[in-house]
Design a binder for this molecule. Structure first.
Ligand code: PMT
Length: 401
């Protein structure tokens, strides 16, 4: 797909990743987009406006005032001109400012004036990236409907390693293509998504849980919302933030998750079971904190309700159920068994044998198995792209077709 005729406003802020903005401009222009760059003053420390002006074929803007004659760069006009605003790299400083409505430079004023969609590609060191104030600001921006292009994990300019690297320009261009080509193909559909881990109380201060972060389920929820569906999330304990349009019910245990799902299940067109639900829970959680009096402690576990299985039994012929299977061995056989036992139409298998797949990370590699036995395996991709593949595959389920 070409970006011919698309007007993209690129905001560049002060981060070492600003050098990648040059590649981004080049790729966008090559794809046919018209690109106008706005820089903050600190971005000048990392890349020259001459580079970006040459590549974008437009003078770079950074000041409210053009020159001493009193002519000014109209932030309202710029905000209205664009079909899409992309802030890449977005520093912690700019993220925090725009999340709180500050506008002491042209870029933040344009952001506040923009009526178009906004994509934000954060870039910063790992501890900054996970600081509660930055996470809160990103959560706010998401709740305003802005799309956060999650930073990638890897080596950082500080020499530390972790999440904070700006998304690569090639992947950003893919996200921009997807934004412009996205059909609202799930418009009118109601979707329930379970995600995250569950926590099963041992006593008032301890619990049994697992490593699920909720990232995979969140990516699916955002993909459905972007493609027009009405999305209902039932989330186990997770630090993920969701767009405002997604309705989220927070739960703790498997029993709570079942209760929340069961209430709305009959009204759903699609149910995606991405949660890592604890199969067992302490049979008799202690009312008070257990004291370390004896050398050993035995906790009796009782089987939890299987949410997907129970709702699978209540599934109507028009509903589509998609399950997940996280396996460590005999993956296809185990996943296929769950597919038929739990009455799934499609199961998404991820294996801990595949590096970069499964829990916690930003990537996954999956095999999508239909009830017919037909299957497809993906490459290792960002969870946002895996989510799109799952949505595309749902459209091949016989009930949908
Ligand atoms: O959250 P992330 O860190 O991004 O990681 C994503 C993930 C690895 C958790 C996700 O991709 C995944 O695989 N989720 C399901 C993991 C799992 O518990 O699989 P399972 O094989 O135990 O369960 C099979 C299916 O039954 C799943 O759809 C599960 O949600 C569902 N189930 C299981 C047990 C139970 N008591 N109730 C259920 O609904």
């Amino acid at each position: 797909m070409s970006l011919k005729g698309k007007r993209i406003l690129l905001g560049v802020t002060g981060s070492i990743a600003a050098y990648k903005s040059a590649f981004l401009v080049r790729l966008l222009v090559k794809a046919g987009a018209e690109v106008q760059v706005v820089m903050t003053a600190s971005a000048f420390d990392f890349i020259t406006p001459l580079t970006l002006a040459t590549l974008s074929k437009h003078p770079v803007l950074s000041q409210f005032q053009k020159d001493e004659t009193g002519q000014w760069n109209n932030h309202v006009e710029l905000g209205l001109w664009a079909d899409l605003m992309v802030i890449a790299p977005a520093s912690a400083n700019t993220i925090s400012k725009i999340a709180h409505g500050l506008c002491d430079n042209l870029l933040s004023a344009v952001y506040l004036s923009a009526r178009c969609a906004v994509m934000i590609a954060p870039a910063m060191d790992l501890d900054m990236y996970r600081h509660p104030s930055v996470l809160e600001s990103m959560g706010k921006l998401r709740s305003y409907g802005n799309l956060i292009l999650e930073a990638e994990s890897g080596e950082l300019a500080s020499g530390l390693s972790g999440q904070g690297r700006m998304m690569e320009p090639e992947r950003m261009v893919e996200a921009i293509h997807a934004f412009f080509s996205k059909a609202k193909d799930f418009q009118g559909k109601k979707v329930l998504i379970t995600l995250g881990p569950t926590q099963e109380a041992i006593d008032p201060v301890r619990f049994i849980s697992n490593h699920s972060s909720g990232k995979m389920g969140k990516a699916i929820a955002e993909a459905f919302a972007a493609r027009g569906a009405e999305v209902f999330v039932v989330a186990g304990p997770t630090s993920q933030h969701f767009s405002e349009k997604i309705r989220v019910t927070h739960v703790r245990s498997a029993a709570d998750m079942y209760e929340a799902c069961q209430k709305i299940h009959s009204g759903m067109d699609l149910c995606i079971f991405a949660a890592a639900v604890a199969d067992y829970a302490p049979a008799n959680p202690a009312k008070q904190k257990i004291k370390k009096s004896s050398a050993e402690l035995t906790i009796t576990l009782a089987k939890n309700i299987d949410i997907a299985d129970a709702l699978g039994k209540a599934k109507s012929p028009n509903q589509i159920h998609v399950g997940f299977a996280l396996e460590t061995e005999n993956e296809i056989a185990h996943a296929s068994e769950k597919l038929s036992k739990k009455n799934f139409d499609l199961i998404v298998l991820n294996s801990l044998q595949d590096r970069g797949a499964g829990f916690q990370g930003d990537t996954n590699k999956v095999t999508l198995i239909h009830a017919s036995g037909q299957r497809k395996t993906s490459e290792l991709l960002p969870k946002s792209q895996i989510a799109e593949l799952i949505l595309d595959e749902i459209k091949n389920v016989p009930v949908w077709v």
